[in-house]
Ligand binder design. Structure first.
Ligand code: PMP
Length: 415
């Protein structure tokens, strides 16, 4: 469906193999992977523990139906629930992030008997009818029709807009006033606020820590549920925290949390976590036929175990800080780079124009480095390597990106 999205690169890249933090194309060329397929490769490519778990399970049975008990799925649910920070948590598995958010919206709107929701400007939450309706990034929201009434809230982007010049504390205070003003304009009950702790498609933009805790105080006064979309920010990627919401933990955990992408290390699994009382607010039957199948659950469990046993969150914090520091030094010397931002191994590099970002993507590929693109106008580069990235690989990738950015800077400077 080419009208929705063309493939990356002037010449499409055919990836045929991966190992660790590297992938190989059909011609045998090796690339350092700084995008992990938009964060789907959480730990490493071809991680032996995951491959073994998948092949052993595939040799027994692929799937029947989620109507039958599968022990891996139960253990996975217990681990995810325990890690979520949500008390008395229950889990529902889906096959994608879109479906996870869709389910969260189904629950929140049913619980509050309202289809009015708050979402953040510049957000991305998926491609189904309801999730397009809460996607504030218009480049990714192909229709204005929606089953939801959505009010878009300010605050997710720290460095742009009318409050950019304020201190973090004043930025939060101004955003809270904006939220209160928005609620004053709402028609009756509002069901939920959905937000990405660090915006993914939006170009890895993060609000000041504590913003959603301050929002939470207002939401609680109105009984509005907080949905944290952790599809990109979960599993320690942001370095300081296992979940992105924990940078905003002042007033407790979110009511609902959604996840997907990295958990299966490439196998499609997503889901929702919420307190039992929220999860049980619907009393009709519902099933996701494939959500959390035996094979994906086996992959996810092995992947999660590896992540925890090897403290990859700590690695994301340490190597992410090294990489960001290196890129900030490069940026300072190059007018084409506007900003380096992000958390842990989720680093955004905003360039002077969408054209510069498109060129940087190509020139990085020529260097042997895969990165992503995003941002409100497609003007940001996104860096999100597998969380096992080593110091040497971070240095190697930074050097390739530096050469790519220097080339683009020179191109932009010449008339
Ligand atoms: N939420 C966020 C924050 C995302 O980044 C994405 C995917 N880019 C989604 C939801 C949708 O996930 P999926 O593509 O698995 O449906």
């Amino acid at each position: 469906m080419p009208s929705w999205l063309a493939l990356y690169y002037d010449e499409p890249l055919e990836i045929v193999r991966g190992e660790g933090r590297h992938v190989w194309d059909a011609s045998g060329r090796r690339y350092l992977d700084f995008f992990g397929g938009i964060l789907t490769t959480m730990t490493a490519h071809a991680l032996p523990e995951v491959t073994k778990a998948v092949s052993e399970q595939a040799g027994r049975i692929l799937h029947t139906s989620t109507l039958y008990l599968d022990r891996n799925m139960v253990e996975l649910a217990e681990r995810v629930a325990a890690s979520s920070g949500i008390p008395d948590a229950r889990v529902f598995f889906t096959t994608s992030g879109t479906e996870a958010n869709d389910t969260a919206l189904l629950l929140a709107t049913a619980r509050r008997r309202s289809n009015q929701v708050l979402a953040m400007r510049n957000s991305y939450h998926g491609r189904s009818f309801s999730t397009v309706g809460i996607t504030g990034n218009s480049a990714w929201s192909p229709t204005s029709l929606s089953p939801l009434q959505t009010l878009y809230v300010h605050g997710a982007v720290r460095t742009r807009g009318p409050y950019a010049h304020l201190s973090d504390a004043d930025f939060i205070a101004a955003s809270v006033r904006d939220l209160e003003d928005m609620l004053g304009q709402a028609h009756g009950t509002v069901a939920a606020l959905i937000a990405e702790p660090v915006q993914g498609v939006g170009g890895f933009t993060a609000p000041p820590d504590g913003l959603y805790a301050a929002f939470r105080e207002v939401l609680d006064r109105h009984g509005i549920l907080w949905i944290s979309d952790e599809v990109q920010t979960g599993w320690g990627r942001t370095g300081d925290h296992f979940w992105g919401w924990q940078a905003h933990a002042g007033n407790g955990p979110p009511d609902l949390l959604t996840f997907a992408k990295g958990l299966g290390n490439g196998m499609s699994v997503g889901g929702v976590v919420a307190r039992a009382e929220v999860m049980n607010c619907l009393d009709a039957n519902s099933i996701s036929t494939f959500g959390g199948s035996p094979v994906t659950a086996a992959a996810a469990l092995a992947n999660l175990r590896y992540l925890l046993d090897h403290d990859l969150q700590g690695n994301a914090r340490r190597v992410g800080a090294l990489l960001a520091e290196r890129l900030r030094a490069v940026a300072a010397a190059l007018p084409v780079v506007r900003e380096v931002r992000g958390r842990g191994l989720m680093i955004g590099v905003e360039l002077a124009s969408p054209r510069a970002a498109a060129r940087a993507l190509e020139t990085a590929r020529e260097q042997g480095l895969l990165i992503g693109r995003g941002g409100r106008a497609g003007d940001a580069l996104r860096i999100a390597p597998p969380l096992s990235l080593t110091d040497d690989e971070a240095g190697e990738g930074a050097a390739m990106l530096e050469r790519a950015l220097r080339a683009v800077d020179a191109e932009e400077a010449s008339p």
